[in-house]
Ligand binder design. Structure first.
Ligand code: NAP
Length: 314
């Protein structure tokens, strides 16, 4: 039996990781959340991981208050601790017991500008939008940029910087790693005390009580269904894929507006959806205008509308 350690097991993603592993007899699963361990106490973390001697560690813990840490220095310090320092220490602990570390990151490491490959890795695309451009699509009509796993990350926000630093610390400290970037996570609300509802749950409530809702027609990216992400994470580990960065998100690039329209269509909600620019809801942290994650290392996931239907059935 393989020993699996899931950190952040009551979060939106963590609870789904627990679900996909705990019913599989091949695995002996240990799940920790805030009440089981304070992961910012690195000595204790190191000791507990060594005692448990896991084969694979999944880190679903993160600081996700994107706007709070942009303006508040104390919050920014918490974000740096949880998103940058802790993953680096966890990677050290994983290396010490020769475990694989699966760590999660975000599309907010990108800036929404023309993607660029690191030097020496350019596959021949200048990024100027020519007919053969791999980013804008063969007919040059796609009104957004999409990013490969290897494209240069340039975050716009403090949150994005902390997550990028976390990626770098993991890569530096343990070779056996998978860094999985996702975007716009949705699924069952997290069990944890501070657990947030996802965008679709909020929009459902508004759709059932209002005649009209406004939705931002911008920040083009992909939705990620937490159970699909958990299942894919398990497959990546089980298939022993090469270590590195993976993009995992459901198919179908969409703005928030596109997402609500699709959602209400599935639900049969007749509420009018008004498209508004991002400036209608000013927020302290800058978001990339487009940050579509290209999924190039694994097979494409199903379209997010299929995932939404399953979410509603459940
Ligand atoms: N949500 C999104 O839209 C989104 C988008 C892109 C990337 N991601 C990434 O996806 C991953 C999973 O995110 P998520 O939305 O599932 O997160 P989440 O629901 O906020 O879950 C995080 C879990 O970690 C726990 N935790 C926080 N601080 C801890 C500490 N010091 N010690 C122990 N446990 C602690 C939380 O407990 P409490 O609730 O009690 O704090 C919670 O159960 C993260 O890496 C995130 O950055 C998320």
């Amino acid at each position: 039996m393989k020993r699996i350690l899931i950190l952040g097991s009551k979060g939106m993603l963590g609870q789904e990781l627990l679900r996909v592993f705990q019913h599989d007899k091949k695995y002996d699963v240990t799940a920790w959340d805030r009440e089981d361990i304070d992961v910012t106490q690195f000595d204790a973390l190191y000791r507990r991981v060594s005692d448990m001697w896991p084969d694979v560690i999944f880190n679903a813990i993160a600081y996700n208050a994107v706007d709070a840490c942009e303006t508040d220095d104390d919050e920014y310090a918490k974000a740096r601790m949880l998103n940058s320092d802790f993953p680096g220490e966890l990677a050290r602990a994983a290396k010490a017991v020769d475990a694989v570390l699966v760590h999660y990151s975000t599309d907010y490491v990108f800036d929404g500008e023309r993607p660029q490959y690191p030097e020496g890795k350019n596959p021949g695309c200048c990024g100027s939008g020519c007919a053969g451009c791999m980013y804008k699509g063969p007919d040059e009509t796609l009104p957004y940029y999409s990013y490969h796993e290897d494209d240069i990350a340039r975050p716009l926000s403090r949150y994005g910087h902390t997550k990028l630093k976390g990626e770098q610390n993991v890569m530096k400290n343990v070779n056996r790693h998978y860094i999985i970037r996702l975007s716009k996570l949705f699924g069952k609300p997290a069990e944890s005390v501070l657990g947030k509802r996802s965008f679709f749950d909020v929009m459902r409530e508004l759709g059932e009580t209002k005649k009209e809702v406004q939705a931002v027609d911008g920040e083009m990216s992909k939705f990620t269904y937490a159970p699909d992400l958990a299942k894919t994470s398990k497959e990546i580990v089980e298939n022993n894929l090469a270590p590195g960065i993976y993009h995992v998100a459901n198919d179908g690039a969409a703005t928030w507006y596109d997402g609500v329209k699709e959602f209400y269509k599935i639900l049969g909600i007749k509420t009018k959806v008004v498209s508004v620019p991002p400036e209608t809801f000013p927020r302290p942290a800058k978001r990339p205008s487009s940050s579509v994650l290209k999924v190039t290392k694994i097979k494409n996931l199903r379209h997010y509308s299929e995932a939404l239907k399953e979410y509603l059935e459940k």
